[in-house]
Design a protein around this ligand. Structure first.
Ligand SMILES: [Zn+2]
Length: 47
């Protein structure tokens, strides 16, 4: 699992914690595109 997390965190599409904070409000208000929401949820799972 640690290796998976390491691998995913190196993917170019992976959002940083700072990016997550920036879009957090949009996520809560359901303003994100499906792709942005996918990236957001992926980060939350891995973070
Ligand atoms: Zn994070």
């Amino acid at each position: 699992m640690t290796k998976v997390k390491e691998f995913v965190s190196r993917m170019p599409m992976m959002m940083t914690c700072g990016e997550i904070e920036a879009v957090l409000l949009d996520y809560v208000e359901d303003q994100l595109s499906p792709y942005a929401r996918f990236k957001f949820e992926l980060h939350i799972k891995m973070c």
